[in-house]
Design a protein around this ligand. Structure first.
Ligand code: NAP
Ligand code: ZN
Ligand code: ZN
Length: 349
């Protein structure tokens, strides 16, 4: 396997800051494209990962899975992209391509294990995959998305993870006119969920621990803001068809299960706190309610959400930073202090 050395930004150990690293990236094979990375979002999953909160991090780790850039090299058999095209990569860098899930375009459910763009065993180059905090990315063209021209490039980046992770359950849950949707947590995922659910036509109630986000919630499109620490406000909330839980830390899901409509009300968890969340069975059996979860979306659906955002003029609210500010950004993200997604200008590496 031919490789070349490139600059990246990552960390060598759980107790170390992120710093500039040199990594090896494979050179393009016949079906690969090479993308010069222009922008990369910072997802809370990157924070869980660099701090080994899920216990599966292999160091050195180069995070970043909300990648937007430009094609600078194409393999001999590439048909979907040309040099100079805008391109994006989300979480999925590869999958088996032969199981039922891959056949249905649901690569994130690949029965033989999909390859995440970061911190995942690299079945092609060996070792682990290195993510988007780097100069370039080399990916099979079938796992690369087209960026609609209407989208601003920097603010398109968070659509690749935050956007798809909330679009997929909202679409699956038929969020639309006449539906009441609850969203827990106003962070990267949560603020996109508000925008997308509103664009789908749903009525949106937002649950937040941060009173200071109330005004923003309305500006983002929410119909109701509920301070989640206030039991009276929680109890006063009208029943919801669906609740999307985007919270990154430990919290009590039972109080939200009680807000679901009888017979079919569903709480979909997409947040990934490191600790298990206890569920009281009575809260599900009484009223025949569901508690489910979901991971990102497939390549086809990721293209769909990019196109959906372009069509509905939806752009994530971002704070654009330079590579040198990544450590500060991670600390701020830990404190919930971001409006509402950091995006790194990768040209500053
Ligand atoms: P984020 O920007 O940090 O937002 C998380 C929000 O959750 C915070 O802004 C805060 O909102 C709320 N929150 C945090 N800790 C809390 C606690 N202990 N109790 C109650 N509320 C709390 O994170 P993100 O990037 O949106 O990611 C959210 C979660 O989704 C992470 O765990 C991430 O790993 C996971 N994720 C999963 C997938 C998937 O495919 N399933 C994809 C991407 C991300 P308020 O201030 O409004 O309360
Ligand atoms: Zn993510
Ligand atoms: Zn598969």
């Amino acid at each position: 396997m031919q490789t070349k050395e490139i600059k990246a930004f990552g960390t060598q150990a759980v107790d170390k800051q992120l710093e500039q690293l040199t990594i090896n990236r494979r050179t393009v094979r016949p079906h690969d494209v090479e993308i010069e990375i222009l922008y990369c979002g910072i997802c809370h999953s990157d924070l869980h990962s660099v701090r080994n909160e899920w216990g599966n991090t292999v160091y050195p780790v180069v995070p970043g899975h909300e990648i937007v850039g430009k094609i600078i090299r194409v393999g001999a058999h590439v048909t979907k992209f040309s040099i100079g095209d805008l391109a994006a990569v989300g979480c999925i860098a590869d999958s088996c391509r032969c199981c039922d899930a891959c056949g249905k375009g649901e690569e994130q459910l690949c029965e033989n294990g999909w390859t995440c763009v970061t911190n995942s065993p690299d079945k092609i180059s060996g070792g682990m995959t290195y993510g988007g905090f780097s100069e370039n990315s080399v990916v099979d063209e079938n796992y690369v998305l087209h960026v609609p021209e209407k989208l601003d490039l920097a603010s398109a980046a968070p659509i690749l993870c935050a956007g798809i992770t909330v679009y997929s359950p909202l679409k699956r849950g038929n969020a639309g006119a006449g539906k009441r949707v609850g969203i827990i947590g106003i962070g990267g995922l949560g603020h996109m969920a508000i925008k997308i659910a509103k664009a789908m036509g749903a009525t949106v109630a937002v649950f937040s621990t941060s009173a200071k986000k109330a005004e923003d919630a309305k500006r983002l499109g929410a119909d109701e803001f509920i301070l989640s620490d206030d039991e009276t406000q929680i109890r006063g909330t009208s029943k919801l068809d669906m609740i999307l839980d985007t919270v990154s830390g430990y919290h009590d899901v039972n109080r939200y299960l009680n807000l679901l409509k009888t017979d079919g009300g569903t709480l979909v968890i997409v947040g990934l706190p490191a600790e298990p969340l206890p569920v009281n069975a009575f809260n599900l059996v009484n009223g025949r309610k569901s508690f489910s979860g979901l991971i990102i979306g497939g390549i086809r659906e990721t293209q769909e959400v990019l196109d959906f955002c372009a069509e509905h003029n939806i752009a994530p609210d971002i704070e654009l930073i330079n590579v040198a500010d990544i450590n500060v950004a991670f600390d701020r993200l830990q404190k919930g202090d971001v409006k509402y997604r950091f995006v790194v200008d990768m040209k500053s590496i």
